[in-house]
Design a protein around this ligand. Structure first.
Ligand code: FPP
Length: 225
């Protein structure tokens, strides 16, 4: 019997193409992407999701031009600062996954503060993947497991960045690309995958609803019959 999804993750792709279609600079696409994040976080809570994990900046995104990296970091900082009240109003607990402590000191301080300020919130956990790469996460988890004495699946899982979150049910990628791009590789082992051609800034609550409806119709067998 399929239950409703508890944890959804999204690879938010297509900001650049959204901007290009409008003859706008790429940063305009990322700005529109932040608006979509706001709307979807609210919708996720309303739709009863316990957790939403968003791929905001991968460990590979450093290869982008410096100006774009700076734009993305700036948007992230502004988002965290300006939405703290919104998180409180919507009972959203912020979490950050990835190697975020290696980011600039001002970003780390801002995140630390936001984590503390939202730590008591209960309705939805918003996990933002920042400087995240799944292979890096797995290496860190395997090392921690080995330090504890046993490299078992359970021990690795217990040391993943997502260890305190519900199992991943559904992974969505926008913009028509069909790959995982080093995102939540371990957690995707039994997740349903959902790909849509919508570009991220155009992804609306109705699209999230459609993905959740499709999830509810699929039968998950976890390798059984
Ligand atoms: C992919 O579009 C998107 C990103 C690399 C960054 C996603 C970031 C945001 C939506 C904004 C900040 C996030 C938060 C949580 C506040 P792309 O640039 O690869 O698009 P393209 O493939 O069309 O060029």
């Amino acid at each position: 019997m399929t239950q409703g999804a508890r944890h959804v993750a999204i690879i938010m792709d297509g900001n650049g193409r959204w901007a290009k279609k409008r003859l706008l600079p790429r940063v305009a696409g990322h700005k529109a992407g932040v608006e979509a994040v706001r709307t979807i976080v609210r919708a996720a809570g309303d739709m009863g999701l316990e957790a939403l994990t968003l791929y905001a900046f991968s460990s590979e995104n450093w290869k982008r031009p410096e100006e774009e990296v700076n734009d993305l970091m700036g948007l992230m900082k502004r988002f965290i600062l300006s939405d703290l009240d919104e998180f409180a109003a919507n009972d959203v607990k912020l979490k950050v996954i990835g190697n975020w402590r290696a980011l600039a000191p001002d970003v780390v301080a801002l995140i630390d503060n936001a984590l503390e300020r939202t730590s008591g919130n209960k309705r939805t956990t918003l996990a933002v993947a920042l400087n995240y790469g799944a292979q890096d996460e797995l290496v860190r988890a395997a090392r921690a497991a080995a330090a504890g004495g046993a490299i078992t699946a359970e021990a690795i899982e217990a040391h993943l960045d997502t260890a305190d979150m519900p199992p991943l049910d559904l992974l969505i990628r926008t913009s028509g690309e069909v790959r995982l791009s080093n995102f939540l590789l371990w957690q995707s082992a039994y997740a349903e995958l959902y790909f849509t051609d919508k570009l991220w800034p155009d992804f609306a609550p109705a699209d999230l609803k459609a993905a959740l409806d499709q999830f509810a119709r699929r039968e998950r067998r976890y390798g059984g019959l």
